[in-house]
Design a protein around this ligand. Structure first.
Ligand code: NAP
Ligand code: ZN
Ligand code: ZN
Length: 348
């Protein structure tokens, strides 16, 4: 079985430390990837600190994985040795339910297998991308274009697809006014995509210092959400708002900005439940929803669109050893706009 070296949280809230383990022997449908870069998602932080519960330790996080194929099973059709490849948040699903049949593996009725902190069909705990290699069924492996900078492509595997999927599902388009709440990993991709789809984009932030960046990334307007006077002119004006915030915050202030029959969709997952003023929904018949990552087919479509349009994430590369510092900075909203671990540093 391939030996692997990674960084793991050995207990909830413990700092990450080196961890040796084994990957499964690549089966006939498997691809073995030597990982070159892995993005750092706020979900990694929520999970290593067990903020959502159900953490299995030692936990090797990481679900924004890119690298090169080093081995393929006998029946693998889509990949060969030397190809670039990516892995996102899922490594398997039941493949037979209605959701899987529609290419919506993230909503698998039996539950998809997460890239880490999950149990695979054989009952083994999955370990993620903060490691030097991974073995994944080709059905859950993505093709990565050599046209794009590889490190900056890694965050597309979660931050990219998680924002692409709701923007597409709710058909965000030219002529619409679209809000993005929070300029972090997810938020900055949402701004890029909504702008690319032709919408007028308003970025809501708690960090006034991010305004200039937000405009460069594609926002037409920036609103500091704590300033009531800046929020007021936007009441009942949005077709769609995407909320990417990772911490508890007031949803009502944003719902109020949605116009009649408009949508607000949550992708951020704060650990505590929000307070909701129902009046904000029933007046103006507003709809509040949620969205989870995206299916494999849709993820490939997003990656192909990004390659065609030159869209990648804005990143700060870090060595593996600086991961806890990166988490602390993430909690202070001090990320521009995604940390990506250079896996070559794992050996150092
Ligand atoms: P991130 O890079 O840390 O960005 C979160 C942003 O939220 C911050 O940059 C900040 O933006 C804003 N924020 C932070 N604390 C806030 C507060 N107390 N009040 C208001 N705004 C605050 O995180 P991320 O990786 O983008 O992930 C965001 C959330 O999405 C996390 O909860 C993550 O678990 C979740 N997620 C969900 C899915 C899904 O499938 N639905 C997939 C991936 C991640 P400003 O500085 O601009 O205010
Ligand atoms: Zn993620
Ligand atoms: Zn299924």
């Amino acid at each position: 079985m391939p030996a692997a070296l990674g960084y793991a949280a050995h207990a909830a809230k413990a700092p990450l430390a080196p961890f040796k383990f084994e990957r499964r022997e690549p089966g006939p449908h498997d691809v073995q990837i030597e990982i070159q870069y892995c993005g750092v998602c706020h979900s990694d932080l929520h999970q290593v600190r067990d903020e959502w519960g159900g953490g299995m330790f030692p936990m090797v996080p990481g679900h924004e994985i890119v690298g090169r194929v080093v081995k393929v099973g006998a029946h693998v059709k889509g990949f060969k040795e030397g190809d670039l490849a990516g892995v996102g948040c899922m490594v398997d699903s039941c493949r037979t339910c209605a959701s899987c049949g529609e290419g919506l593996e993230q909503y698998c009725e039996k539950g998809f297998t997460g890239t880490y902190n999950a149990k695979d069909k054989a009952g083994n705990i999955t370990y993620g991308g903060y490691s030097n290699n991974i073995v994944v069924d080709e059905a859950f492996t993505l093709r990565i274009s050599p046209k794009l900078d590889l490190a900056s492509t890694a965050p597309l595997l979660c931050a990219g697809i998680t924002t692409w999927s709701p923007l597409r599902h709710w058909n965000v388009r030219r002529g619409q006014k679209v809000g993005v709440v929070g300029l972090g990993g997810l938020g900055h991709m949402a701004v890029k995509f909504a702008h690319s789809f032709g919408a007028r984009v308003v970025l809501f932030t708690t960090s006034p210092g991010k305004a200039e960046d937000a405009r460069r990334l594609g926002a037409d307007e920036v609103v500091v959400s704590k300033e009531k006077a800046q929020m007021k002119p936007h009441v009942r004006s949005f077709d769609f708002i995407l909320d990417t915030v990772s911490a508890p915050h007031d949803l009502n202030a944003f719902l109020n900005l949605v116009k009649r029959d408009g949508h607000m969709t949550l992708v951020g997952v704060p650990p505590e439940p929000p307070m909701l003023n129902v009046g904000n929904l029933i007046f103006q018949r507003r709809q509040l929803g949620g969205s989870l990552i995206g299916g494999i087919k849709e993820t490939q479509e997003m990656l192909d669109y990004c390659a065609e349009h030159g869209i990648v994430s804005d990143i700060e590369k870090i060595p593996m050893q600086k991961i806890d510092e990166a988490y602390d900075r993430m909690l202070k909203s001090d990320v521009k706009y995604r940390f990506v671990i250079d896996m070559a540093t794992l050996k150092a």
